[in-house]
Design a protein around this ligand. Structure first.
Ligand code: PLP
Length: 365
């Protein structure tokens, strides 16, 4: 297998793929594949419950939160969030630090909800997140949304933006954690809602996880589709309709791998820190490669960088591909390169990339 630096769908742990292969045709002697099971069968319900329990244990999800296993991607949450949290009025507040946060804001606006920008890194070109003390929430803020890691820009929050309204009420925090969930321990009790598309650190595309505090459930207007209603989804155990059963099972295998093979999120955090430190150090030590992000906000998951001469981009990508270093092309909206270093990317992959970059610079720089 080659090293895959794709931003998503991203690399999966080899151990997970091998386990899935071994169980693909006949799941643990049951004589059928997980893909062929009824989602209401005892076998599948056991798989689903084990996945949820492992996820809760890994992230430390308190009892007063529901974990929903949904479809529609993180993008559908851009619409479901205001539908569920603004059913009784109020404004959706946003911290803007890049392309994904902007999409979240635009979807809420599109549906006609009151929106307010509480802070933005647009003035600095999204190279540093706004400082905590410049954020301003609206008087009737029902929640504050932010993107803990902007996958395209490679900009990661180095703090949790707690905010209080003028009337003294604390504003529930809603976080799009699509590209850094499970990369390190967090305190779930600081959040009202956490959500993530699965295709980076959780499992294959087609599954979306939503962690929502109980008091934020049941605020939707009754006229929204049942499939969008957190209350109905929670009451049905995410099975209002057929859930993405195979992706749910694979996510469960990833959670087991994180718990048993890696040793949990503190251990994962240390590995991720080492991986990204190595790559940023290599970029910093060279005049040929550069990354514009302020040091405290450099993403540990997505490392964008440019070559001093963009005419060499094509050769860089071609030669990297030949060397077994896949998917280093930057997002189409920004160009350049991007190395995504999600949980399943091993440290050896970063070593190989750093060695390739040094060699390319020596030959072509
Ligand atoms: N939010 C972030 C931070 C992302 O990185 C992505 C996808 O890459 C999305 C949202 C959109 O996710 P989806 O494709 O699951 O809708």
């Amino acid at each position: 297998r080659h090293y895959n630096f794709c931003a998503g769908p991203a690399a999966l742990p080899v151990a997970v793929l091998e386990r899935a292969r071994s169980e693909l045709v006949d799941y643990q002697g049951r004589g059928l594949s997980v893909m062929e099971m009824s989602h209401r069968s005892d076998e599948f319900v056991a798989i689903a419950e084990k996945a949820e329990a492992d996820f809760r244990q890994l992230l430390g999800v308190p009892e007063n939160y529901k974990v929903l296993f949904l479809q529609g991607g993180a993008s559908l949450q851009f619409s479901m969030l205001p539908m569920n949290l603004l059913g009784q009025g109020g404004s959706a507040d946003f911290i803007q630090t890049g392309i994904w946060g902007k999409k979240a804001l635009n979807e809420a606006k599109r549906l006609g909800y009151a929106c307010h920008v509480a802070g933005s890194s647009e003035p600095n070109g999204h190279v540093a997140v706004p400082e905590h003390d410049v954020l301003r929430v609206s008087k009737d803020a029902a929640y504050l949304h932010y993107t803990s890691n902007e996958t395209i820009g490679g900009l990661e929050f180095d703090y949790t933006p707690h905010m209080t309204r003028e009337d003294g009420q604390s504003v529930p925090l809603v976080c799009d954690m699509s590209s850094n969930i499970l990369s390190k321990p967090i305190d779930v009790s600081e959040f009202g809602v956490i959500y993530a598309g699965a295709q980076k650190n959780i499992g294959p595309a087609g599954l979306t996880l939503v962690v929502v505090r109980d008091d934020l459930i049941g605020r939707a207007k009754p006229d929204i589709p049942s499939l969008f209603d957190y209350q109905m989804l929670a009451e049905a155990g995410s099975m209002v309709n057929t859930p993405p059963t195979y992706a749910w099972y694979l996510a469960g295998l990833v959670f087991e791998w994180l718990r048993n093979d890696i040793g949990g999120l503190t251990a994962m955090d240390a590995i991720n820190q080492r991986k990204s430190d190595k790559l940023y150090a290599a970029i910093e030590a060279s005049d040929f490669y550069s990354n514009p992000i302020a040091e405290q906000n450099r993403s540990r998951m997505n490392v964008p960088f440019v070559l001093a001469d963009s005419a060499l981009d094509k050769a860089f990508l071609q030669e990297a591909d030949q060397a077994g270093l896949l998917n280093l092309k930057g997002h189409r909206s920004v160009g350049g390169m991007r190395a995504s270093l999600y949980n399943a990317v091993p440290e050896e992959a970063v070593d190989a990339l750093v060695a390739f970059m040094a060699d390319f610079e020596k030959r072509r720089g």
